[in-house]
Design a protein around this ligand. Structure first.
Ligand code: NAG
Ligand code: NAG
Length: 384
C-alpha cells in the first residue's frame, strides 16, 4: 500500500464535496451537459453518475406537432431507442416508443440529485417551427402530459418515458428554412408555449421546482430566442460559444478580435433584457476538439478557467455548459473527463484557489500564465 499523491488527495476531496452538494439553481458553479446525441453513447445513468453534473439536458424533440406526422411531435435520442414509433389517427408519428432505459434512468438520476431537462429543437433537422401562439400552447400541453409528472397524464397522450417526469424544458431553437414558411417562423409560438408551461402547467404548490432553459447561439440578438428572453420566463440560458466564429470561446480568449475588442458577447448577453432579471447564464463550451464545428474553438481546461474567471463575478454567471456528454467522457486529460475539469475550474474559482499543481500541466496551463484570482465576489457555497 502506498500513499496517495497530493493531487489524488485533492481530487478525492473535490469528488467527495461534489457528491454531497444538493442542486442550487442560483449557483455559479453548475455544470450542465446535453445527452442523447452522442456517438455510441452510454446510458443516461452513466452520465448522471459523473459527479460533475448538476443538470443533464436530454435532446431532442426535433419534430414539432404542426409538421409532425399524425399531428404529434417527434423525438430523437440517438442509440437509446429502438426504431418503433407511436401511432396517432392511424398514422405512424415520429414519437419514438421504445427507449427502454431512459425512463428508469431519469428516475435514478433524480435520486442522485440531478435535474433532467427535455430539450426542444436542436440542430437537426432545421425545419421545425410553431405557427402561432395557439399551437405553442397546444405543444406545451402535449409535452407536459407526455413528459411532465405522472399526475399530468392524459389518456389520449402516450408516456414515452413511463412514470419518469422531467424537471424542466429546454429550448434549443435553431430552425432555418428557405423559403421561410412565414415571416416570424423563427420566433413565433415560443413565448406562448413557455408562458403556458410556466404559468399554467407547472404546479404552484412549490413542493417541486420546474425550470425553463434556453440555448441560444452566441451572436446578439439570437434570431430565435432573444424575443422570448425578454418576454417569457427563463431560469437558465446555456449560451453556445462553439458554433459561430465571431463569438466563439476561442475568440473570447484572444486579446483582441478583428474589431479590436476582446469578445464580449458573454458580457453583452448578461445585459440583455430578460423577463427574469436573475436568469443564470452559462458559458457553453465544446467538450472536445470534435464537439465543435471548428477544432480551434475548443478550450483546454486552463483556458476555460481563464474565461470563467473573467466573468465569474457577473451577477448572472451560472457556470459552464458542455456540449456534449459523450465527447466530454472521452476527452479526459490526465484521466479526468472534461466536465469534471469544468467543475474543478469553477470550484477552484469559488474557493479562490488555483487548480492543483500536479494537474495543471494536463489542464494545459502554460508556465507563467496562471490566472490570478481577485478577491471580489464572495465564494459561493452549495446548500447542503
Ligand atoms: C465521470 O467522471 C469520472 C472521473 O473523472 C470519469 O472516470 C468518468 O468517465 C466520467 N463518466 C462520464 C460518463 O462522463
Ligand atoms: C409504422 O411503424 C411500425 C413500427 O413502429 C412499423 O412496423 C410499420 O411498418 C410502420 N408503418 C408504416 C405504414 O410505415
Amino acid at each position: 500500500m502506498h500513499f496517495l499523491s497530493l493531487s489524488a488527495t485533492a481530487l478525492l476531496a473535490f469528488l467527495a464535496s461534489a457528491a454531497t452538494a444538493a442542486f442550487d439553481a442560483a449557483s455559479k458553479n453548475n455544470v450542465i451537459t446535453y445527452w442523447g446525441q452522442g456517438a455510441n453513447q452510454d446510458r443516461l445513468l452513466t452520465t448522471c453518475q459523473n459527479l460533475s453534473y448538476d443538470i443533464i439536458v436530454v435532446g431532442f424533440v426535433n419534430v414539432f406537432p404542426d409538421q409532425g406526422a399524425g399531428g404529434w411531435p417527434g423525438t430523437n435520442f440517438g442509440n437509446a431507442c429502438w426504431g418503433d414509433v407511436y401511432r396517432n389517427n392511424g398514422v405512424n408519428t415520429s414519437l419514438l416508443q421504445t427507449c427502454p432505459n431512459i425512463g428508469p434512468d431519469v428516475i435514478e438520476c433524480q435520486n442522485l440529485g440531478k435535474k433532467i431537462f427535455l430539450s426542444i429543437g436542436g440542430g437537426q433537422p432545421t425545419d421545425y417551427w410553431i405557427k402561432s401562439n395557439a399551437y405553442g400552447k397546444k405543444f406545451a400541453d402535449f409535452l407536459w402530459a407526455a413528459f411532465g409528472p405522472v399526475s399530468a397524464t392524459k389518456s389520449s397522450i402516450p408516456r414515452p418515458w413511463g412514470d419518469a417526469g422531467v424537471d424542466g424544458f429546454d429550448f434549443d431553437i435553431e430552425n432555418l428554412m428557405d423559403p421561410a414558411p412565414q415571416n416570424d417562423y423563427q420566433t413565433s409560438g415560443y413565448v406562448a408555449m413557455i408562458n403556458q408551461l410556466k404559468n399554467n402547467l407547472f404546479p404552484t404548490d412549490k413542493t417541486k421546482a420546474y425550470y425553463i432553459s434556453g440555448a441560444p447561439q452566441c451572436p446578439i440578438p439570437d434570431s430565435h430566442l432573444s424575443v422570448a428572453l425578454a418576454k417569457a420566463w427563463f431560469d437558465f440560458f446555456f449560451i453556445q460559444f462553439y458554433n459561430t466564429e465571431q463569438c466563439s470561446a476561442r475568440v473570447a480568449t484572444q486579446k483582441k478580435n478583428g474589431n479590436g475588442q476582446n469578445d464580449i458577447s458573454y458580457k453583452k448577453w448578461t445585459a440583455q433584457a430578460s423577463k427574469n432579471p436573475n436568469v443564470k447564464m452559462s458559458i457553453g463550451l465544446p467538450a472536445s476538439k470534435d464537439a465543435s464545428i471548428a477544432t480551434s474553438y475548443y478550450l483546454t481546461p486552463a483556458e476555460a478557467q481563464t474565461l470563467a474567471t473573467q466573468f465569474y463575478a457577473n451577477k448572472r454567471f451560472g457556470g459552464i455548459m458542455v456540449w456534449e456528454a459523450t465527447e466530454a467522457q472521452n476527452n479526459a486529460p490526465c484521466n479526468v473527463d472534461y466536465s469534471t475539469w469544468m467543475k474543478k475550474v469553477l470550484e477552484a474559482r469559488a474557493a479562490g484557489t488555483k487548480l492543483d499543481t500536479n494537474l495543471r500541466t494536463c489542464a494545459g496551463v502554460k508556465k507563467r500564465s496562471l490566472p490570478h484570482y481577485h478577491s471580489h465576489g464572495a465564494p459561493h457555497h452549495h446548500h447542503r
